[in-house]
Design a protein around this ligand. Structure first.
Ligand SMILES: NC(=O)c1ccc[n+]([C@@H]2O[C@H](COP(=O)([O-])OP(=O)(O)OC[C@H]3O[C@@H](n4cnc5c(N)ncnc54)[C@H](O)[C@@H]3O)[C@@H](O)[C@H]2O)c1
Ligand SMILES: [Zn+2]
Length: 382
């Protein structure tokens, strides 16, 4: 017997989401449960709370103004960044709040924050009552263009990224550029790595756009950033809805270019590297490896390293000590375990042209690591 279940994956863009006059959220929830005021539990990234001190007041006022559609219960503040994912403590706090506030399977958890807080809150929501609805409101570039757009939730365990987690389609993702204005410079930059990634494996024209706007993106201009986020998120949405494997039953992870070493680097540096920063290094490494393997031209490799540098990434591997290369190479085995079965690593044959391989020449990779460790891969952009 086979059966299929249709899913709807909604990504919405708006400005001033919690302005009382903005109908988007109220309309969304009104359509979700017509005639019922939906109970909302807000989980807020502490970094967002600090940067936007008036936000809780705005949320309360919004809920009061739209009481027919939504009922405010609580704003639960959780630590921003990996601190929320590195222990089960924050997940348990969200679960406790879900219980205490009477959040049922027809209520909604609204997660507001960076990718880490959204991953954690989404995980908690997905296991409470076997799945409470989730609205994601991503507040970093990386979360708006990548992390929050997918269908994955998770926390870290046993020293491994996202070891515990679930696949669950959120009720909606809502992107509001207003939040991005308060990002630290490094978080503004970090998210652009995922755009370079998706351009490299899927869309050479988008790569051209990134090259043309690297300077203005670096100068924090909002218009090109909005375009970057839109296109990057769109490519992710297309992949999830049209790629045929939204829950990753296969062992290939085409959107994970540069990620096998990135995940390991994040862990090895005690999460002092942001995910996007680690992804930029991971991509640089696999670009150098692709060039050394002879499948990517030196010219293309140079172009890719240059744009990463122009966007503001430091392309020198942090000092991992004498054992560094071999420790990093262990990331390959962990990646295979995480995927299950066959190792599949995405390399590049050109810009917009990927090639999946099932074997890595460890000596060649160690040489690529050496090149990146010495910081010789590229001269830093001035
Ligand atoms: N689920 C997925 O498919 C997926 C995909 C990619 C990445 N991720 C995960 O996303 C996480 C990285 O997310 P990230 O890059 O958004 O970083 P992050 O969540 O670690 O946040 C970085 C910092 O920015 C702060 N912050 C967030 N929004 C802010 C704002 N508007 N103004 C000021 N400060 C703000 C946070 O408090 C934090 O200190 C990693 O845990 C990664 O594993 C998940
Ligand atoms: Zn990523």
């Amino acid at each position: 017997m086979t059966f299929s279940v249709p899913y709807r994956h909604r990504l919405l863009f708006t400005q001033g989401l919690f302005d009382p006059g903005n109908p988007l959220l109220a309309d969304l929830l009104g359509a979700y449960r017509p005639g019922v005021s939906v109970r909302l539990l807000f989980v807020l990234d502490s970094g967002v709370g600090e940067a936007h001190p008036g936000l809780e007041g705005l949320i309360r006022a919004y809920c009061d103004a739209h009481a027919a559609q939504v009922t405010f219960t609580q704003v639960l503040s959780v630590p921003g960044g990996e601190a929320s994912k590195n222990t089960p403590v924050q997940t348990e706090r969200v679960l406790a709040a879900i219980e205490a506030q009477g959040i049922c399977r027809h209520s909604v958890v609204v997660a507001i924050g960076g990718g880490a807080v959204i991953d954690m809150a989404g995980y908690a929501a997905s296991i409470a009552h076997r799945g409470v609805q989730l609205i994601r409101i991503p507040t970093t570039v990386l979360a708006q263009n990548d992390a929050a757009v997918g269908v994955k939730n998770g926390i870290n365990a046993f020293g491994k990224k996202n070891f515990i987690g679930t696949f669950a389609i959120p009720l909606a993702i809502v992107n509001d550029p207003y939040f991005l204005t308060t990002l630290e410079d490094r978080d503004w930059i970090a998210g652009t790595a995922e755009a370079v990634k998706v351009a490299l494996i899927k869309d050479a024209d988008f790569f051209g756009f990134l090259e043309a706007h690297a300077q203005s993106l670096r100068a924090r201009e909002m218009a090109p950033m909005q375009e970057l986020i839109f296109r990057c998120a769109e490519l992710h949405m297309e992949h999830i809805s049209g790629g045929g494997d939204p829950f990753e039953a296969g062992s290939s992870r085409p959107l994970d270019f540069g990620h096998w070493s990135a995940h390991k680097l994040e862990h090895l540096t005690g999460y002092s590297l942001r995910h996007g920063e680690a992804v930029a290094l991971g991509m640089a490494l696999d670009v150098i490896y692709s060039r050394r393997l002879g499948i990517l031209t030196a010219g293309d490799s140079e172009r890719i390293l240059r744009i990463l540098s122009e966007l503001g990434f430091d392309l020198q591997l942090p000092d991992l000590g004498p054992e560094g290369p071999s420790v990093l190479l262990r990331g390959l085995d962990e990646f295979r375990e995480h995927l299950g079965g066959v190792l599949t690593i995405t390399l590049l044959e050109g810009i917009g042209l990927k090639r999946d391989v099932h074997e890595i020449d460890r000596e060649l990779m160690a040489a690529a690591i050496g090149e990146l460790m010495g910081g010789k891969a590229i001269h830093k952009a001035s």
